[in-house]
Ligand binder design. Structure first.
Ligand code: NI
Length: 179
């Protein structure tokens, strides 16, 4: 397992538009594996390639811990409904804000074998898809926050392991002994 460094908001790479992937080379496969490792290690539910400094249109998502998706060159086909709730981002650890997103999303993408497929989701999965795809165009959820960004610590009781949102912020360093 290889972890990559997660870029933090303010890093110019997070504001750039990513390039389409033409083929999945061995290096691309390695990147995808590393993105999953990095996302799981940080207790996130989604990660986009620019968050590890790579300007390619690749996203990984797993909102349950047991439902991994790779989205290469993803495009949203359909959205409906609305959900308003807290969202966070691994590139802005310790913060959360309220964002309104569609409650249903259907998208097309290519998988790690460059086979086209469609993915659809509601609630957290829908939120994650929209959030991660915005990273590929250089956008962060903070642009859409309603009200103020908040500190996660001021909202949670002690050290709960609850995922606050979409990309759960990194929890404190001390509690990972059992993983
Ligand atoms: Ni994010």
């Amino acid at each position: 397992m290889a972890l990559r460094t997660i870029r933090i908001m303010g890093d110019p790479v997070l504001a750039k538009v990513c390039k389409e992937v033409k083929e999945v080379s061995p290096r691309t496969r390695e990147l995808i594996n590393d993105m999953f490792d990095t996302m799981y290690e940080a207790n996130g539910v989604g990660l986009a390639a620019p968050q590890v400094g790579i300007l390619k249109r690749i996203v990984v998502i797993d909102v349950t811990g047991d439902d991994p998706h790779v989205l290469i060159n993803p495009e949203i086909l359909e959205t409906s409904g609305e959900q308003t709730g807290q969202e966070g981002c691994l590139s802005l650890p310790g913060k959360t804000g309220v964002v309104t997103r569609p409650n249903y999303v259907r998208a097309k993408a290519y998988d790690a074998d460059m086979q086209p497929y469609e993915i659809e989701g509601t609630e957290l999965l829908a939120r994650a898809i929209v959030h991660e795809l915005e990273h590929l165009d250089g956008h962060m959820y903070v642009e859409k926050v309603e009200g103020e960004l908040m500190n996660v610590s001021s909202l949670s009781d002690e050290d709960d392991d609850e995922d606050h949102a979409e990309n759960a912020p990194i929890s404190d360093d001390a509690g990972d002994a059992e993983n």
